[in-house]
Design a protein around this ligand. Structure first.
Ligand code: LLP
Length: 403
């Protein structure tokens, strides 16, 4: 049991709290599922990019899946070795590509023919060979929220099979490109195994056809996407996930690369706020808390469900309330018609499953400083990011006031 009262007395609210032991257990379970094959778990830094979180995974041997050069730099700072860092994303700038090649990371995940051309040109300028992988779009419906679905041709991600093959041939013939991997990622919060298995089959077939023309890849990058339980969703067990994928790789000697984000961190995280007031408009009841959409955007953006727990002495009957923040937007809510008892000023409201895509999707909207972040590990708590102050928020503007 986490003592949120004590933690908020020490660190104030709003506050993100991460259970590092839970993250470690998730990492180990997934790594273990691929036992018997060479595998790299490359933590998807975007899910929670706090340096201490990335370092926590680095210490367990994790790699990093990065989608900006900023994330690549974070991965290095946190101690992830270059040979376990990959760089994905649909639009990389020349500067980002250059730095990734100079830093000699494991590979750049290429998402278009035009990008392949840029990578080749930049590698040539640098007099280096760039290792690459190509993101294939298998055109499979992952059956998840449309905003986080990525494996259909309607989505902007990856290239179709025919284009991928052409790109591999081109890369293989280039003096500056070394095609080492193949990648697919069909979406996030996946709770059905079949779309993953089908995608893996399609991509494994492409690997075989490439072998037929003497293009030998080393890495089979299965992306991320493993879903978690927010409410009562049935999820895929890591063991079944691994078996489904390995089953498509008969006779292929490939290292598995897996890019989980949410699975490793989401259910390790809690977002803790204080109740400011309750109010009633007509028949509608609201609980106004000191956290807001700038701290946690998922409910506003995706209408995402997060379990909410109230820490209160109140013994009143539960009634449906909207839990909202102070930001000037009707979309600033955490839950609607959620059953909670009457709450008092300074009671705590804990939003669960917020360790992934929580803090990282935050902003300073309404000139609100971002929350502090705290890690819990081996029964001890420690600050891993201090609360942003007003001075932090104006630091990049203040000098221009004189003009
Ligand atoms: N690899 C690639 C290429 C990705 O695009 C993503 C996530 C991952 C790995 C990690 O996926 P995960 O294992 O976490 O599902 N903001 C949304 C999620 C966006 C996911 C974007 N890509 C949310 O809050 O649900």
């Amino acid at each position: 049991m986490i003592d949120f009262k004590e933690l908020t007395q020490k660190y104030k609210t709003p506050l993100y709290v991460y259970d590092f032991d839970y993250m470690a257990a998730q990492y180990k379970e997934l790594k273990e599922a691929f036992r018997g094959r060479k595998s790299i778990i490359a933590y998807a830094v975007k899910a929670n990019s706090n340096l201490s979180v990335v370092k926590h995974f680095a210490k367990m041997g994790s790699g990093a899946d990065c989608v900006s050069i900023g994330e690549v730099r974070r991965a290095f700072l946190a101690g992830i070795p270059a040979y376990k860092i990959i760089f994905s994303g649909v639009g990389k700038s020349d500067d980002e590509i250059r730095e990734a090649i100079e830093r000699d990371i494991l590979y750049i995940n290429v998402e278009s023919e035009a990008e392949l051309g840029r990578v080749e040109m930049i590698a040539k300028e640098l007099g280096k060979v760039s290792r690459i992988s190509i993101r294939v779009n298998p055109n499979i419906d992952p059956k998840t929220h449309p905003y986080i679905s990525t494996g259909l041709h309607d989505n902007k991600f990856g290239v179709d099979l025919g284009t991928a093959k052409r790109m591999y041939i081109r890369a293989n013939n280039s003096d500056f490109l070394d095609p080492v991997g193949i990648h697919f990622h069909i979406g996030s919060q996946l709770t059905e195994l079949n779309p993953i298995r089908e995608s893996a089959e399609i991509v494994a077939d492409l690997v075989r056809s490439l072998e037929g023309i003497n293009i030998e890849l080393k890495f089979f990058d299965i992306g991320g996407g493993l879903g978690i339980t927010y409410d009562d969703e049935k999820t895929i067990k890591p063991y079944d996930y691994a078996q489904a994928i390995l089953g498509t790789l008969t006779a292929l000697d490939l290292t598995i690369l897996c890019e989980p984000g949410r699975f490793l961190t989401a259910n390790a995280g809690y977002f803790v706020s204080k109740v400011l007031y309750e109010k009633q408009n007509g028949t509608k009841k609201f609980v106004v808390i000191d956290g807001a959409m700038n701290d946690l955007l998922r409910p506003s953006l995706y209408n995402a469900y997060h379990k909410i727990e109230a820490i209160t002495e109140s013994t009143a009957d539960e009634r449906p309330v909207d839990i909202v923040g102070p930001v000037c937007e009707s979309g600033d809510f955490f839950a609607k018609d959620y059953m909670l008892p009457e709450l008092n000023h300074n009671d705590l409201v804990v939003v669960h499953s917020t360790g992934a895509y929580g803090f990282g999707m935050g902003s300073n909207y309404n000139t609100r400083g971002r929350s502090a972040e705290v890690a819990l590990e081996n029964g001890k708590d420690r600050l891993i990011r201090r609360r942003e102050s007003f001075e932090d928020l104006i630091a990049l503007e203040q000098e221009f006031l004189e003009n």
